[in-house]
Design a protein around this ligand. Structure first.
Ligand code: TDX
Length: 354
């Protein structure tokens, strides 16, 4: 195998799209998916690549240094694409420690093992790369104007974004202090198939279908920049292969939506696809108490990535939303499995027993 790439969090939402792309596109790469299978990780996200000869799965917590070391040794890992993270802002408000543990200490554990394995006096191997996948939330919140660039100040507001900011700093520190070859990308909000239904888009599609209330935080005026998950996966592929060591790349959809406008689009699309009168379920919208520390607006300037590596988003937003709504409506088995927790028991038993 030409490369042996460890992808952490590969059973999660974005991770599963990255694993699928890499396994299918590069049959000469061995892809090792390392995932703890928390509530958000679901091997069923990868059924279609499970049997591929260049795919392996390891159920490991990134904080377990011995287990991580073992995986590095066993497969002679030459590069890492690190996506494993606790990622839901509301959960971070309830339990900040879980976020510090996984996002900060987990990242540090991976960095430490990569350093041990790759920088142990031997000659530097050009294949070595620690690619850290991060978020635009580390830059904080924008007012009506402005856009985040790679040199924007770090100003996280939630325990989630604080933990991601901290992990970014550790990754850069390992580059600057020890010479670990790293690259970082910070991406805007993703949407698409396999996203856990606690995030706005899949939660609301499901609620519309079930005719449950749609809890819009505050006045719904908060703005997010949405990117189809496969466009993000393509950017990760490009940055992994051609990004400059030590650099940061912003990834964004150039596609800003106020939450309330997005919710109305979701209602219309879902109603139409269900054969209901378009917009009839707008009556489900409820304005509820705002999220604590709720960032007003994110917008990301990805011109560095566009100019240096020739990336641009390909999936038009309305088309992407339509595809996503269709996917959720046609995959109710997946939806009920991830919300029931049954899959977790099933797969945990299966992988623990190996
Ligand atoms: O029930 C809801 N009602 C609501 O109004 C939920 C779940 C969300 N919202 C709002 C909050 C946000 O303004 O919708 C917007 C999107 O919310 P989330 O889907 O929770 O995403 P966000 O908080 O923007 O963070 C996301 O983008 C950056 C991801 O969760 C992060 O993991 C990513 O790093």
């Amino acid at each position: 195998m030409e490369r042996k790439i460890l992808i952490t969090g590969g059973a999660g939402f974005i991770g599963s799209h990255v694993v699928r792309l890499m396994v299918n596109k590069y049959p000469n790469y061995l892809i090792i998916n390392l995932d703890a299978l928390t509530y958000a990780g679901n091997p069923a996200n990868l059924r279609d690549v499970e049997e591929a000869p260049n795919y392996r799965f390891e159920k490991v917590d990134i904080c377990d240094v011995e287990a991580v070391r073992k995986v590095f040794e066993q497969y002679e890992i030459d590069s890492v694409i690190h996506l494993a993270a606790e990622s839901h802002v509301d959960r971070s408000i309830d339990d900040p420690f879980a976020f510090a543990r996984t996002n900060v200490l987990g990242t540090l554990t991976l960095l430490q093992v990569a350093k041990e394995r790759w920088l142990n006096g031997a000659e530097r191997d050009a294949k070595h790369l620690f690619y850290h996948v991060s978020t635009d939330e580390v830059y904080g919140s924008l007012g009506a104007e402005g856009i985040f660039t790679e040199s924007s100040r770090y100003e996280p507001h939630s325990p989630y974004s604080a933990s991601k900011a901290s992990s970014d700093h550790f990754v850069r520190a390992f580059h600057d202090t020890f010479g670990l070859p790293i690259v970082i990308s910070n991406c805007s909000n993703n949407y698409g198939p396999y996203q856990f239904p606690e995030k706005l888009i899949p939660l609301f599609i499901n609620n519309i279908r079930e005719r449950r209330e749609l809890p819009v935080y505050g006045s719904g005026a908060n703005v997010r920049d949405w990117l189809y998950v496969e466009d993000h996966a393509r950017a990760i592929d490009l940055i992994f292969h051609r990004g400059r060591i030590g650099e940061t790349y912003n990834i964004g959809g150039n596609n800003e939506w106020r939450n309330i406008d997005l919710v109305r689009l979701l209602v219309r699309t879902t109603d139409r696809l269900l054969g209901r009168a378009e917009g009839e379920d707008e009556s489900l919208i409820r304005f509820v108490r705002d999220r604590a520390g709720h960032d007003l607006r994110y917008a990301i300037d990805s011109s560095k990535l566009q100019n240096e590596l020739g990336w641009s988003p390909e999936v038009d937003f309305k088309e992407g939303i339509e595809r996503t709504v269709r996917w959720y409506l046609h995959n109710d088995e997946w939806l009920s499995a991830v919300t029931s927790g049954e899959y977790r028991n099933y797969y945990s038993r299966m992988y623990d027993g190996r």
